[in-house]
Design a protein around this ligand. Structure first.
Ligand code: NAD
Length: 419
């Protein structure tokens, strides 16, 4: 993408992140040049009729970061404060994630610049359909496959798929993933991110007989956080703290997670939870004395401001980018082991891939089959990261993960004759 002066708009964050691993991965200058900018992007502005007859012009964009390994894949979020740099960073992370876990996909991300709370259901449907009309040549089952992300859901995916099928006059469920099961969504997709993270955590602690000796704190109690909390609770880990956007609940003897899920299902905030637990802030939760800290809400929650006070021995990044690069260095020097987002939360995109495979084959699997295949994929990626970490003598799992992911992309670029 170029600005009005014809200069290439690079993704600054992507460049910085690549710079950090450049020497350890042994990347040449031309390889670095090739990876530091997104391949393609499309920015659109389209008019929408509101329910009251007024017209609003909505901006949206889609960034396809790298497509050497296959069609690009990544979510579409509805958020009013997204910009090109942020979407590019997320598309870059998707490229690394799909590469790391061995999927035949590149990476992409999209965004519609709205606050969905300000629109009716009918308006959101019109926006979703208009987005696909604008992107119809840019996306496709063999080009670029969107999925849900922040503030988007299976219903929105269903509208988008339906619009695409109307335009092209044929059924095409493989154009999008995260669909409702009735329209070709995969069984097991809903819990896939939590399950993937759970399989990795289970593997890390496989030698610990008494799982109740492992204290866990989880920030965020949405789709990923609450499902993972329940899986860990059922596997006898001691989940001592959880939180939502307003507050957290802490009990050093362990929380009753099924009860907390019921509480949240009644749309109650944790700040109103009055049983067997102390109410803490989200900031307190980050600093708890636990074995395992799981940020599963927002990005940048651990920064240079609080990294020094983190007491957890290990962090599993379920949220995308919860640790800033500066905090990463502080945590590394303190010896905190970090399982990076591109590995820890890859369960979602792995099962999205399975969804597309099932769509293209028109043959659908049981939930058990999906879960077993997810476990195989994510654990083999984890084991490859362990090997890479040893062979590079790398300090962090992040460097080893980036290294593997980048090498696979670069090899595909070489085989295509691009390097
Ligand atoms: P969600 O919307 O279902 O839940 C988000 C949770 O975070 C909610 O409990 C919310 O109350 C809490 N939260 C919001 N603001 C907060 C704040 N300021 N402090 C603490 N908690 C806050 O979202 P999700 O699908 O569970 O995703 C959570 C994270 O995991 C996001 O970073 C997302 O990008 C990442 N992720 C999710 C998936 C997936 O398939 N769900 C896949 C990959 C990555």
């Amino acid at each position: 993408m170029e600005n009005e002066r014809g200069e290439i708009i690079a993704c600054e964050v992507c460049e910085n992140q690549l710079e950090q691993v450049k020497s350890q991965v042994g990347m040449s200058e031309e390889e670095f040049e090739l990876l530091k900018t997104p391949r393609k992007s499309l920015l659109v502005n389209f008019p929408i009729k509101l329910d009251n007859g007024d017209v609003r012009v909505i901006s949206a964009l889609r960034v396809q970061y790298n497509d050497a390994l296959g069609p690009t894949k990544g979510g579409v979020r509805f958020h009013e404060s997204v910009d090109f740099d942020e979407v590019s960073k997320l598309a870059f992370l998707m490229s690394l994630k799909t590469s790391l876990v061995g999927l035949p996909y590149g990476g992409a991300k999209g965004a519609v610049k709205i606050n969905p709370k300000n629109f009716s259901r009918a308006e959101l449907e019109r926006i979703s359909r208009a987005f696909v009309r604008e992107m119809k040549e840019f996306i496709g089952p063999r080009k670029d496959i969107p999925a849900p992300d922040v503030n988007t859901n299976p219903q929105i995916m269903a509208w988008m798929m339906d619009e695409y099928e109307r335009i092209f006059g044929e059924k095409s469920p493989g154009v999008i993933t995260g669909k409702p099961v009735e329209l070709g969504g995969s069984l097991g997709r809903n819990k896939s991110t939590a399950k993937g993270a759970f399989y990795v955590i289970e593997k890390i602690y496989q030698d610990v007989r008494d799982k109740s000796s492992i204290k866990v704190a989880i920030q965020g109690f949405g789709n990923a956080g609450s499902n993972l909390a329940l899986m860990l609770h059922n596997a006898k880990f001691k989940v001592v703290a959880v939180s939502d956007s307003r507050a957290g609940v802490y009990n050093p003897d362990g929380l009753n997670i099924p009860e907390l899920i019921e509480f949240k299902n009644k749309k109650m905030p944790f700040s109103d939870y009055a049983k067997e637990g102390e109410i803490i802030t989200n900031e307190d939760l980050i600093k708890l004395e636990v074995d395992l800290l799981i940020p599963a809400a927002l990005g940048d929650v651990i920064s240079e401001k609080n990294a020094d006070e983190v007491k957890a021995k290990r962090i599993v990044e379920v949220a995308n980018g919860p640790i800033t690069p500066k905090a990463d260095l502080i945590l590394e020097s303190k010896g905190v082991e970090i399982i990076p987002d591109i590995l820890a939360n890859s369960g979602g995109v792995i099962v999205s891939y399975f969804e597309q495979v099932q769509n293209l084959a028109t043959y659908y699997w049981s939930e058990e089959e999906v879960d077993n295949k997810l476990k195989d994929k994510i654990i083999s990626a984890y084991e490859r990261v362990l090997e890479e970490k040893a062979s590079l003598n790398a300090k962090s799992f992040r460097t080893a993960s980036y290294s593997l992911a980048i090498k696979r992309i670069l090899e595909a670029e070489r085989l295509r004759g691009n390097l």
